[in-house]
Design a protein around this ligand. Structure first.
Ligand SMILES: CC(C)=CCC/C(C)=C/CC/C(C)=C/CC/C(C)=C/COP(=O)(O)OP(=O)(O)O
Ligand SMILES: O=P(O)(O)OC[C@@H](O)CO
Length: 430
């Protein structure tokens, strides 16, 4: 058994034992990445890409969140994103594009690490960055962590051996995503040195997927059309790849923005679709809808005024919110869910605004009452989605805590911490 393969097997035992996946030792399927994930939402920590303020509601309809991106990502904006997602109702894992994006905090907040390895790019994208990453873990991050946690005498005595052990442990608790990057005109392609000539035919993609699955022991083979829908070409690749892999999950990402595209990619062999841009569009839409509402209604409208403005001004069918919700097979009525979620964004906005512009004292009660008035179940649904996340993520009541955070985002009280929330970019004259 090769070193890579034996590492892969012990990784699966370790991750399965840690309870990250649904698989158990001795079962035929030892892949820790759940086979029943159909829909993953990819959130880019880049500060220009925002999170909808109603994200707990949207993310209740996906299976997991992947945090990562290839442009303008830093350790700081990655930590900020994970802090917000600590209250998300589904696991958030970390897909770093650079080792230095992995910090003690991201490691603690992420469900697991998913490391990209590109099967059709430059050597750098397959093993180069990984090698640098491992050296960084071994030489810098792990020693710093152990020095901080251990008494100095103990560190002097056994530090070196512990560094070796902890580095191996960190790697074993990671999963590998073997990418086939098929859109040369994407940030992911530029990052991995993929050009037109590297795009794979279904037959070659099949061969590389077999290497990833059987030799590299990659947990995921990821057919990546980032930014564009792969259509028939992607379908051919997915058919070839999915028929050839044994243990790896097959993921598809790129341009998914409606139900048919999700269904098509799942039908031709993807276990999971990954939806990225379409989710960030919802955040931009929230800002635009809230800005229009403030212009029409002022800063302190009643719930009835909000509701009737919404009915006149917004067609839920045409919204980015509905587009995102249509991508996930779990939502029965995406248009109704979009309407409810946009009304929640408006309630969160108008609940906080009067205090933000100095017209009243801060009041979570105002938000709660607007939420209940625009939709009887809204406060309960938001509360349930927030409570499903890490119960230790905040003290006190999750909904109260979240309303206070939204107000802080609107008032610039703590912009670095909350600058990913859509409403932090809403400008209201005071
Ligand atoms: C060992 C540790 C701690 C880290 C290793 C870090 C590694 C291996 C990083 C690999 C970086 C790499 C080769 C990335 C390839 C590009 C890629 C496939 C990125 C994923 O795509 P998205 O981030 O979704 O791209 P967009 O920004 O276009 O959406
Ligand atoms: O942003 P989109 O095009 O949805 O792509 C999602 C994901 O595959 C990117 O890695």
């Amino acid at each position: 058994m090769s070193l890579g393969s034996s590492l892969g097997h012990s990784l699966r035992r370790c991750v399965a034992a840690a309870g990250i996946g649904a698989e158990t030792l001795g079962s035929l399927d030892a892949n820790p990445v759940p086979a029943d994930w159909r829909h993953v939402t990819k959130i880019d920590p880049e500060t220009a890409k925002l999170l909808p303020v109603a994200y707990p509601l949207y993310l209740a309809n996906t299976d997991a969140v992947s945090v990562g991106g290839s442009t303008a990502v830093t350790a700081d904006n990655t930590e900020e994103t994970f802090r917000l997602l600590a209250r998300a109702p589904v696991p958030a894992f970390h897909e770093p594009s650079e080792a230095r994006h992995v910090t003690e905090e991201t490691r603690e907040l992420a469900a697991f690490l998913a490391l990209p390895e590109v099967l059709n790019g430059e050597t750098e994208a397959l093993v180069g960055t990984l090698g640098e990453g491992l050296a960084y873990l071994h030489d810098e991050m792990v020693p710093a962590l152990l020095r901080e946690k251990l008494p100095a005498a103990l560190y002097r005595a056994v530090g070196d051996r512990l560094v070796d052990f902890a580095t191996s442990w960190l790697l074993e608790a990671a999963v590998f995503e073997a990418y086939v990057v098929q859109n040369p005109d994407s940030a992911a392609a530029r990052r991995s040195g993929v050009d037109e000539s590297d795009v794979l035919s279904p037959a070659t993609a099949r061969e590389r997927a077999m290497v990833a699955d059987r030799h590299l022991d990659s947990e995921i083979v990821y057919v990546e059309y980032s930014g564009t829908y792969g259509g028939d070409e992607a379908a051919d690749v997915l058919r070839a790849v999915s028929e050839s892999v044994d243990g790896a999950r097959v993921w598809y990402g790129g341009g998914i923005d409606d139900r048919e595209k999700t269904a098509e990619m799942l039908a031709v062999g993807a276990d999971t679709v990954v939806v990225g841009d379409c989710f960030h569009d919802v955040a931009d839409e929230e800002v635009e809808v809230c800005a229009r509402a403030v212009e029409a209604l002022g800063v302190a409208p009643s719930a009835d005024e909000i509701r009737s403005w919404f009915d006149d001004a917004v067609d839920p069918v045409e919204t980015a919110a509905a587009r995102y919700l249509r991508t996930t097979p779990r939502v029965d009525d995406p248009e109704a869910a979009a309407e409810r979620s946009l009304l929640v964004a408006l309630a969160l906005c108008f609940g906080a605004l009067p205090a933000v512009v100095g017209e009243s004292r801060p009041s979570v009660e105002r938000t709660r009452s607007l939420l209940s008035a625009v939709d009887a179940d809204a406060a309960d649904r938001l509360d349930a989605a927030l409570s499903a996340g890490d119960p230790e993520a905040a003290d006190g009541d999750p909904l109260d805590d979240y309303c206070a955070r939204v107000a802080a985002a609107l008032s610039d009280a703590d912009p670095p911490r909350l600058r990913h929330l859509s409403l932090s970019t809403l400008s209201v004259s005071r």
